[in-house]
Ligand binder design. Sequence first.
Ligand SMILES: Cc1cc2nc3c(=O)[nH]c(=O)nc-3n(C[C@H](O)[C@H](O)[C@H](O)COP(=O)(O)O)c2cc1C
Length: 188
Amino acid sequence: MKISRSMISSIEEGKREVKDRLISLVCFVFGANEHWIKTGKGTMFDTPKNERLERIIYKFKNWIKETYPYSSDYNKFLDRAAEEKAKNTRPELTGLVKNIDAYDVLFLGYPNWWYSAPMALFSFLEQHDLSGKTVILFCTHGTGGLARSVRDINAAIPNSTIIENVFDVFRDDVASAQPNVKKWLTNL
Ligand SMILES: Cc1cc2nc3c(=O)[nH]c(=O)nc-3n(C[C@H](O)[C@H](O)[C@H](O)COP(=O)(O)O)c2cc1C
C-alpha cells in the first residue's frame, strides 16, 4: 500500500495519528470494516474473503507489466517472446515498485515461456533489490512443467531465498486447481 515501515512503527508507537485516507485504503484493499478499525466494534471485515483476495491480486498483478503490450495475434506473440529470449532482452516495464523494501516475502507467479519464465520477469528481478527476501514461486505451463524457470530465477536473484516448494499447474487444470493450491499454501 506504499506505506513505509517507519510510518507503520510510528503509528504503532502512537507517535503518528492514523489519517482517514489510510483507513479508507486499508478498507479498500483488504475489505476491512471501517467501523471496526475506528471503534473495535462489529466485525473485522465487511466483504467476503474471495472478494478481498481478488482486490489484493488486482492490486499486485500490475507489478510486472510491459510498456509495449504483446500482440493479440498469437503467432506474432510467440515470435516476439522467442526473439526476446534468444536475445536475452529485458523488456521495459511500465514502472518499478517504489516501496519494495516494505516486503519481506514475495509470491511470484509466471507462465512457462520457452522452457523458462517471460523475460519481463527477469526485468523485474534485476531492477529491484530483492536481496535477503524470501521468494515463493508458482507457475502455469502447457505440459512443460517448471523446465528451467526456477534455475534461471535463482541465477537472477542469488541473494534471495527461493522456497524449494514451487507450485506448478497445467493451464487446462488452472480452473480446478484450488484444492491443490490450498494444500501447497498449507505446506509452505
Ligand atoms: C511465448 C510462449 C511460450 C510458451 N512456452 C511454453 C513452454 O516452453 N512450455 C510449456 O509447457 N508451455 C509453454 N507455453 C504455454 C504457457 O505456459 C501457457 O499458455 C500458460 O502457462 C497459461 O497461462 P495463460 O492462460 O495466462 O496463457 C508458452 C506460451 C507462450 C505464450
